[in-house]
Design a protein around this ligand. Structure first.
Ligand code: SF4
Ligand code: ZN
Length: 309
């Protein structure tokens, strides 16, 4: 296939776009998709300050590089989860990436916050990934609010969004369905959240990272459990193979027709929020779930140490 832009030999073919690109033109395709996402979903402007969540994977680092190249005021935030065999290498990759590109970076250590993920695994009787995700979202929002950022950007791509939407639809989880989308406006206690890569698939982002020579963190987390999202992605990969463009149509259809209905319903039944008595993050329960988890870790760890000694 020839490059849709310059007619040289294409190195990436994109059936869902009926096009292909050579190595020089592909990043332009990527840039246009990100520009369109930001503009159509009113994500942010060049006058605003954006905090970018950086895990060290291909999506978050590609997002950071692209937003910086488009002239946005971006600062990276990496959360060091304290997971042996995974977190040290993720942190090294993020720090090296930001330093080599001259990008601002903040690092938050869960060890110092009293919530390293190995302690969650050892002392909290709940699925570690769900607690880990909650802790990350909590701290991304807290740092963005405390730092006065206008928006928090994450590297979720189209495959992530479709897998999540599919899982929520299978459960008809209306609260989560009302809260999914590429732009979630700011509200009391919550920063605006945006996903500028939502028009791009995992494959498309991986190509960008590769062609830009980004060194990514790829060591698997020892606690990764092969969650249902993985099988949903495989299922959608098969559908997309048979009918290119289906993933994007499904997601766009939800944004246009499904989300407004769920959002209206949740606005009626949603619980009122107030600041957590411990950390001031918004919660409907007096003390927020992350502060309660922290207390569980502290108490169970102390009990385990007392039993040992
Ligand atoms: Fe956290 Fe689970 Fe991801 Fe590991 S795999 S970083 S525990 S969410
Ligand atoms: Zn709290």
């Amino acid at each position: 296939m020839k490059c849709s832009r310059c007619k040289k030999l294409a190195c990436v073919t994109l059936p869902s776009h009926h096009s292909g690109f050579c190595a020089e033109c592909y990043p332009l395709f990527f840039t246009r998709q990100v520009e369109t996402a930001i503009r159509r979903e009113k994500m942010f402007t060049h006058e605003e300050r954006i905090l970018v969540a950086l895990s060290g994977g291909k999506d978050s680092l590609s997002l950071m590089l692209e937003l910086a190249a488009q002239g946005y005021d971006v600062t990276g935030l990496h959360i060091d989860l304290g997971i042996p065999g995974s977190s040290p290498s993720a942190r090294v990759k993020v720090e090296a990436f930001c330093s080599s590109h001259g990008l601002k970076l903040e690092v938050l250590e869960m060890e110092k916050e009293g919530l390293p993920i190995p302690d969650i695994k050892a002392y909290v009787n709940r699925p570690v990934c769900s607690v880990c995700g909650r802790i990350k979202r909590h701290h991304f929002n807290r740092i963005a609010m405390e730092g006065g950022y206008d928006a928090l950007a994450t590297g979720h791509n189209l495959d992530d969004e479709v897998a999540r939407l599919f899982a929520n639809t299978l459960r008809w989880d209306t609260a989560y369905l009302s809260d999914q989308g590429p732009t979630l406006p700011a509200r009391e206690g919550f920063v605006r959240k945006v996903k500028p890569l939502f028009r791009l698939s995992e494959f498309e982002t991986a190509n960008y990272a590769f062609l830009k020579g980004i060194e990514i963190h790829s060591a698997a987390c020892p606690y990764a459990s092969g969650a249902s999202f993985t099988s949903h992605k495989e299922l959608w990969g098969e559908l997309e193979h048979r009918s290119p463009g289906q993933k994007f149509q499904f997601y766009q259809g939800f944004l246009k027709k499904g989300k407004p209905a769920f959002a209206a319903r949740e606005a009626e039944v949603g619980e009122p929020l107030a600041p957590c008595v411990e950390c001031a993050s918004p919660t409907s329960a007096g003390t927020c779930s992350v502060c309660r988890i922290k207390e569980t870790v502290r108490a169970n760890k102390a009990a385990a140490l007392a039993a040992e000694g």
